[in-house]
Design a protein around this ligand. Structure first.
Ligand code: C2E
Ligand code: MG
Ligand code: MG
Ligand code: MG
Length: 282
């Protein structure tokens, strides 16, 4: 059941299994229409290059606001989109929208160098015709895949190692850059990481969170960065919020950082403005 808490906000009482089921069902039902309607948007979060002192790229992050449910977090709706199969059409919408946005930015700011990253859900990656689909989008929209990076989560890549590796190799051959997302949140098996055709490692926020006040996590993060560098990977630290974290990451020679310290994810029309701001990091 829904109860009104005032201010047009609905609060969901998810104490019971029944309530959880109802909300899941509603999300699934509304999500189907959301793709065709105007409820989905992409926001973009900059990746700040610590060596070149500029924005190296942006990560597209999905936002959903539904008239009944209000704003729903991707942490909640992505798993539902995955289990219901909606993620496949939704993922195509994300790729197409990001391509069109990239073309629009290029027109606005000719000669800019900007890599756009999109998150690819594991379910989406393993659909039988994923390669044809992604190729179709980039051909339709006339965008060279070399401007795009695909983020695949560590846990997923390792759980489905054999299948994933073949698809990643194909994507790599098409020209996409591949990064392993949320590294350190899962198994973090070095044996697997060395075998994946990736160019970039994103260190999970949970490791960054502990950085400023935990010596052990300083050892882990600095060692991880060194190892990634020796594997010729670019390293991005996720969820950097504090100047102390930035300071440590600089001493570890981390390549790029992402997080609220630099910028939250912003709507597309604010990206060009951010690109021309040189003092995002003080
Ligand atoms: P992710 O790909 O690891 O993205 C990073 C998440 O951390 C984003 O949450 C971002 O807004 C948030 N974040 C970034 N910097 C900070 C910080 O300094 N502090 C804090 N507290 N948070 C920070 P968001 O946008 O809610 O997305 C959550 C997750 O949902 C993403 O994690 C990704 O796994 C998934 N997701 C989001 N958009 C998409 C999408 O378009 N496709 C797919 N398949 N998954 C998506
Ligand atoms: Mg990501
Ligand atoms: Mg991540
Ligand atoms: Mg994460």
């Amino acid at each position: 059941d829904v109860k009104e808490t005032g201010k047009n906000n609905y609060r969901w009482f998810s104490d019971t299994i029944e309530d959880i089921r109802t909300r899941r069902m509603l999300i699934e039902q509304f999500l189907k229409d959301a793709i065709n309607g105007e409820e989905l948007t992409l926001h973009y979060q900059p990746k700040w290059d610590l060596v070149q002192n500029k924005i190296a790229g942006v990560e597209a992050l999905l936002r959903w606001t539904n008239p009944q449910l209000g704003h729903v977090s991707p942490y909640e709706f992505i798993p539902i989109a995955e289990s219901s199969g909606i993620i496949n059409d939704m993922g195509e919408w994300i790729m197409r929208t990001a391509c069109r946005q990239f073309v629009a930015w290029q027109k606005q700011s000719p000669g800019m160098s900007l890599i756009v990253a999109i998150n690819i859900s594991g379910v989406q990656l393993l659909q039988p015709n994923f390669i044809e689909r992604i190729q179709g989008v980039f051909t339709d929209e006339n965008v060279d895949p070399c401007h795009f990076e695909l983020e695949v989560t560590e846990s997923f890549a390792i759980e489905n190692f054999e299948e994933v590796i073949n698809i990643l190799v194909e994507l790599r051959n098409l020209g996409f850059m591949i990064s392993i997302d949320d590294f350190g949140a899962g198994y973090s098996s070095m044996k697997y990481v060395c075998q994946l055709p990736i160019q970039c490692m994103k260190i999970d926020k949970t490791l960054i969170d502990q950085l400023a006040d935990n010596v052990r996590s300083q050892v882990v993060v600095s060692t991880l960065i060194e190892m990634a560098h020796r594997l010729k990977l670019t390293v991005v630290a996720e969820g950097v919020e504090l100047p102390e974290q930035l300071h440590l990451l600089r001493t570890y020679r981390c390549d790029q950082i992402q997080g609220f310290l630099i910028s939250k994810p912003v709507p597309a029309d604010r990206v060009i403005e951010l690109l021309h701001t040189n003092d995002l990091v003080r």
